[in-house]
Design a protein around this ligand. Sequence first.
Ligand code: CA
Length: 225
Amino acid sequence: MSTRVLLIEDEVPLLEATTYFLQQKGYQVVGVTDAERALEAFRLQPCDLIILDWNLPGAMQGIDFLRELRSGQEAVPVIMVTGRTGKEDIIQGLEVGADDYLTKPFNPEELIARIRSVLRRTHQVSGSPNRRIVYDKIIMDLDAHRIWVDNEEKQLSPKLFGMMQLLMMNPRRVFTRGQILDTVWGNENVGEKSVDVHACWLREILGEQGKHVVTVRGFGYRFGA
Ligand code: CA
């Protein structure tokens, strides 16, 4: 499967040239010209990597997009592209969660090298770029089967971990008790009450962050506001 790249660049000739170049190299590219559209595109279909221009039209700059992205559950690698060479800007970008940066004008071959290096780094950790989920003060490491709440590690049984993973990977989506049973319990013969009991335990273990496990009356559960 080819790597899917979301490219955010408001200079249309540069957007087109970069898209063409990446496609020639075998990447699937979705190109957008502002951050609002980028968020929409990302929510519709998450990608493996984001190339993000710093200066964008509209209310949301590249850095705001990045902040918004990282405040959600997304650990997708991001390469920032900027005309700014000031150290403070670069540091700010990295602090907010960019994985690498490139200054304009750049050589397309260098962009490819950066993409490969960032993907290698993220794949090394996990085999796939999205194996860590972050939401508010909760961090889940799906490969290591570990979870931290407000920087403190918590112990979850496999069922609790499975339920948490299902909910957290799909924020704001409502799951019925039946769907949760099918996904987490599989063929085990347990009743829907088990889901409620586990939801209670989950809230207890998560403490204040348990507020994100929301009961949707008459349907089931969802994660997040
Ligand atoms: Ca720009």
